[in-house]
Design a protein around this ligand. Structure first.
Ligand code: F6P
Length: 321
């Protein structure tokens, strides 16, 4: 029976990571395990920044963005030397199971550890929603809510000045933040990395809209889309003759108190991770599919390919006519 588990957050922080840590720590203690918090992700694992957590150490964090364990993107962990140090550290602390909370890079790191005999549960913690095995990642809902809040505010000024606004959102190579915010925020169009950019289509939309009296338009552009945001704006000004302003939301999207959906997903995934570790399960990736918390073989989960939801994409075109 496993006695000690560790928990870490790695990669870009995401709202709800703290809720996941709280769930892992408290469910772990409830299951009779000792739970160790590892700071700064795989970096802290290599350096032995490890401390035992008790119930109180995760008090008053459920509602906070960021991560109390801190996070990092570790280059060292990708080397054989770093990996060996990490494994030695786990052995030194007697940690047999690990909960790794993060995005694609974090879960690939978890897979490498699992190949070397560590039981690892991967929790999808990223605002990007780019992990194909789960419908949603922890932090995505909050990030989209933040974008919606920004759209509402930009609309006010954009409408007062009769301007077109291009809003650049995060997501790395995934267009989901743009897609969901575009559909639920009433954008005229979204530009995502998964689809080619049709600048004529976007400009036509703006021109036709203007001719029908639509004096303000919102275009959501994902950061990973194959066109530079400044170039896009310049081109739109040239082709439409309208005033076009760029707003880059950047790190705003990573902060803030997690929504109910993110807290729930984080809490349920954390509890599932402990349940699996306590029952000596092999390494898994945990997520949500059709509203159910699911676990997948870690390697298979990471092989799945994420696709943009074309129905949602097409609906944006219909609704914004
Ligand atoms: O993965 C989360 C994310 O915010 C991406 O959307 C973005 O591309 C990236 O992290 C930014 O990374 P960094 O925090 O290293 O600048």
């Amino acid at each position: 029976m496993m006695k000690r588990i560790g928990v870490l957050t790695s990669g870009g922080d995401a709202p709800g990571m703290n809720a996941a840590i709280r769930s892992v720590v408290r469910c772990g203690i409830e299951a009779g395990l000792e739970v160790y918090g590892i700071e700064r992700g795989y970096e802290g694992l290599i350096d032995g920044e490890i401390r035992q957590m008790d119930r109180r150490s995760v008090g008053d964090i459920l509602q906070r963005g960021g991560t109390i364990l801190k996070t990092a993107r570790s280059q060292r962990f990708m080397t054989e030397e770093g990996m060996t140090k990490a494994l030695t550290m786990l052995d030194t602390f007697g940690i047999e199971g690990l909960v790794a909370i993060g995005g694609d890079g974090t879960l690939h790191g978890a897979l490498e550890l699992s190949k070397r005999g560590v039981k690892v549960m991967g929790l999808p913690g990223t605002i990007d929603n780019d992990l194909a095995y789960t419908d949603f990642t922890i932090g995505f809902d909050t990030a989209v809510s933040t974008v919606l809040d920004a759209i509402t505010k930009i609309r006010d000024t954009s409408s007062a000045h009769e301007r077109v606004s291009v809003i650049e959102v995060m997501g790395r190579n995934c267009g989901d933040i743009a897609l969901y915010a575009g559909l639920t925020g009433g954008a005229e169009d979204v530009i995502v990395p998964e689809l080619p950019v049709d600048i004529n289509k976007i400009c036509r939309k703006v021109v036709i809209g203007t001719n029908h009296g639509k004096m303000q338009s919102i275009i959501i552009k994902a950061e990973g889309a194959p066109i530079d945001s400044n170039e896009l704006v310049e081109e739109m000004i040239k082709r439409t003759g309208r005033e076009v302003k760029l707003v880059v939301l950047s790190y705003l999207q990573r902060g803030g108190s997690p929504t109910m959906r993110d807290r729930l997903l984080a809490t349920l995934c954390g509890s599932k991770a402990v349940e699996l570790l306590a029952s000596d399960s092999s390494s898994k990736a945990i997520g949500v599919v059709d509203g159910q918390i699911m676990e997948y073989d870690l390697a298979s989960a990471l092989e799945m390919e994420h696709h943009i939801n074309m129905d949602m994409y097409n609906l944006i075109g219909v609704l914004s006519k």
